[in-house]
Design a protein around this ligand. Structure first.
Ligand code: SUG
Length: 435
C-alpha cells in the first residue's frame, strides 16, 4: 500500500493581527500593536501550499476558526446583541477581545497530533486535537479544531478521533509542534519522537511530558517505537517556545540544532536505539547560534520527501537573508545526506507572529484508501487554489490594526467571509455563529 505525506495547512483567517499574545514567543512580543495585512498573509500561505503541491505532494488545508469567538465572549459574561458584545468587551476588556479575535488556528502544527495507521495497534490513523492550555487565545481553539478534523477525516473505518487532553496546563499539549516521526518510508512502522519542556529561567514550557505520554497511549503506539526527550531550557529561553523552532524530522532524517535537547548525548542515543536507521543532520552552535536559529526559523522548515526520491527543505525567506544560516543550508545540500533541495518562501506575515512554514502545516500520512476517504473539498487542485484566492481577495482587508478589532462592522465582515467559505466548501452550518 502506498502512503503519502499530506500537509494540511491552516488557511489564514481574515482577522490575522498582531496583538502580542504569546509570552515566550519573541516575534509575537516584538510586533505587538503593529498593523497586519490579512490579505497578504492568506495569499502567502496559499502560495506556500501551491509551491508544495508543485513539488509533487498532495496538499490539504484546515479552515480558519470563527473569530471573533462570540461564544467565548458570551461565556465570559458579555451580553446583548452581537455588536453589543463586541462594544462591551472593547470598552472594558480589550485584551479579552483581542484574544477572542486571534487567527492563531493558522498554525496547524498546533492543531493536534496524528499517528498514521502503520504505527498504531488497531491499524487506524489517530488524531488528538491539542488543548493548547498555555495561552488563552489558543486554549479556545480545541473545540472547533476537533470539529474540523472530524469533518475532514470523517470515516470511522479509517480514523479515530480522541478528545483534547483534560487537565489544563497540567497536561499542556501543543500538538505536532513538539512531535516528529522517523521511518524508513512513509508506509513502514515509524518511531515517534515526543519533545517536552520544563520551564526555563525566562519562559514557561508549554508541552508537558505527561501530555505527550497520554497522547502516545491514546494513539496505541508501540512503546519500543516512542521516545520522549526534554527540550533544552536554553533553547526555550532563546525563544523556541515549540520544539519545531529548533528541529524537524522526516523519513530517516532528523534535522536539528546542536542545543535542541537538554541532554544531547542521551537524547540522541535514545533516538538511535529506537530508530537505528536515523540520519542526524545537526547545526553546530558555532555555525548557527540559537539566536540565529530562532530569528531565521531555519528549523521551522518543512522537510519533504519528494516523489522522485529527493528530500527538500521549504524554508522561510528569513533563512535565506541570514548569511550564516544560508551558508549552513548550502553546506547541508552539498554534503552527503538525503537533503538536496531548498525552496525559500515568503510567509512574513505569519513569521511576525512567530509562525514559519512548519508551524503552518499539520502533517498527515495517509494510504491511498485513507486519502480517498478524506473530504476532497479540503485537498487542493488548481481550481481549489483559484477559488480560495478569489475568496481571500473578495473578503479580506489589506490593513488591520488592534483598534479595528473594536469595530462591530469588522466582526460582520469577518463572519460574512467565513459564511461564504462554508458555502464554497459545502460545509453546512459548521461554525457556532451559524448554528
Ligand atoms: O502559539 N503565535 C503562535 C505561533 C505558533 C507557532 N507554531 C509552531 N511553532 N508550531 C503561538 O505563539 C501570536 C498571536 C499574537 O500575538 O497576536 C501567536 O499566537
Amino acid at each position: 500500500m502506498t502512503h503519502h505525506e499530506i500537509n494540511f495547512d491552516g488557511l489564514i483567517g481574515p482577522t490575522h493581527n498582531y496583538a502580542g499574545l504569546s509570552f515566550g514567543n519573541l516575534a509575537s512580543a516584538r510586533n505587538k500593536g503593529a498593523a497586519s495585512n490579512p490579505r497578504a498573509a492568506a495569499l502567502q500561505g496559499l502560495s506556500k501550499m501551491r509551491a508544495v503541491r508543485d513539488l509533487g505532494l498532495h496538499q490539504g488545508f484546515l479552515p480558519p476558526l470563527d473569530r471573533p469567538s462570540l461564544k467565548t465572549l458570551r461565556a465570559l459574561g458579555f451580553r446583548g446583541t452581537d455588536p453589543d458584545v463586541i462594544a462591551k468587551a472593547a470598552k472594558t476588556a480589550p485584551e479579552i477581545l483581542a484574544n477572542c479575535y486571534a487567527a492563531s488556528s493558522m498554525w496547524t502544527a498546533n492543531a493536534g497530533t496524528v499517528a498514521p495507521s502503520p504505527d498504531t495497534e488497531d491499524g487506524k490513523a489517530h488524531f488528538t486535537p491539542a488543548n493548547l492550555a498555555s495561552n488563552f487565545h489558543r486554549a479556545i481553539e480545541a473545540d472547533t479544531t476537533a470539529r474540523s478534523l472530524k469533518h475532514i477525516f470523517a470515516s470511522d473505518r479509517y480514523f479515530v478521533h480522541h478528545r483534547a487532553l483534560p487537565g489544563g496546563v497540567h497536561f499542556g499539549d501543543e500538538g505536532a509542534a513538539n512531535h516528529g516521526r522517523l521511518a524508513q518510508s512513509h508506509d513502514r512502522q515509524g518511531v515517534h519522537l515526543f519533545v517536552y519542556g520544563v520551564d526555563g529561567e525566562k519562559f514557561p514550557a508549554r508541552q508537558k511530558l505527561r501530555a505527550s505520554e497520554a497522547v502516545a497511549r491514546n494513539h496505541l503506539l508501540d512503546a519500543k517505537k516512542t521516545v520522549f526527550v526534554q527540550q533544552s531550557r536554553s533553547a526555550l529561553d532563546a525563544g523556541a517556545f515549540h520544539n519545531d523552532v529548533v528541529g524537524v524530522a522526516n523519513g530517516t532524517v532528523l534535522f536539528l540544532h546542536e542545543q535542541s535537547f537538554e541532554d544531547r548525548a542521551s537524547a540522541l542515543a535514545a533516538i538511535r536505539k529506537a530508530a537505528p536507521f536515523v540520519e542526524i543532520v545537526e547545526a553546530p552552535a558555532d555555525a548557527v547560534s540559537l539566536e540565529d536559529a530562532v530569528a531565521s526559523y531555519l528549523f521551522n522548515s518543512q522537510l519533504l520527501s519528494l516523489p522522485g526520491g529527493e528530500m527538500a527543505l521549504v524554508l522561510p525567506k528569513e533563512s535565506e537573508e541570514n548569511p550564516r544560516v544560508k551558508g549552513f543550508v548550502d553546506d547541508t545540500l552539498a554534503k552527503n545526506n538525503p537533503i538536496n533541495r531548498a525552496v525559500y518562501m515568503d510567509v512574513r506575515e505569519s513569521m511576525r507572529n512567530g509562525g514559519g512554514p512548519a508551524c503552518l502545516r499539520l502533517r498527515v500520512i495517509l494510504s491511498d484508501e485513507e486519502l480517498a476517504a478524506t473530504n476532497q473539498n479540503f485537498i487542493l487542485d488548481d481550481a481549489g487554489f483559484d477559488a480560495l484566492e478569489a475568496w481571500v481577495k473578495k473578503h479580506y482587508r489589506d490593513r488591520l490594526t488592534p483598534d479595528d478589532l473594536t469595530d462591530p462592522n469588522f466582526m460582520d465582515e469577518s463572519l460574512a467571509a467565513l459564511d461564504a467559505l462554508t458555502q464554497l466548501l459545502k460545509m453546512g452550518a459548521f461554525y457556532d455563529f451559524q448554528r
